[in-house]
Ligand binder design. Structure first.
Ligand SMILES: [Zn+2]
Length: 70
């Protein structure tokens, strides 16, 4: 018989309505764990991007590109 991944209780797949979990409660707990991992973004090292010469955010006026060719 399979076991509930949360509480390791035996799960009767024919009896429970939240397989593979033994109960709605365990299903929610597992979902919460999964979301915690999803939100816990690992630190991304931004190496060798460019030589830091004081590059700041781009001013909005430069972002509005209304360039006319010619
Ligand atoms: Zn359970």
């Amino acid at each position: 018989m399979p076991r509930c991944p949360v509480c390791s209780a035996n799960v009767d797949l024919n009896a429970v309505v939240t397989p593979p979990f033994c109960s709605e409660r365990c299903r929610v707990i597992d979902l919460g764990r999964w979301l915690d991992e999803a939100y816990a973004v690992p630190e991304i090292r931004r190496g060798d991007d460019d030589e830091g010469d004081g590059e700041g955010p781009i001013p909005p006026e430069l972002l509005r590109g209304d360039e006319d060719e010619g």
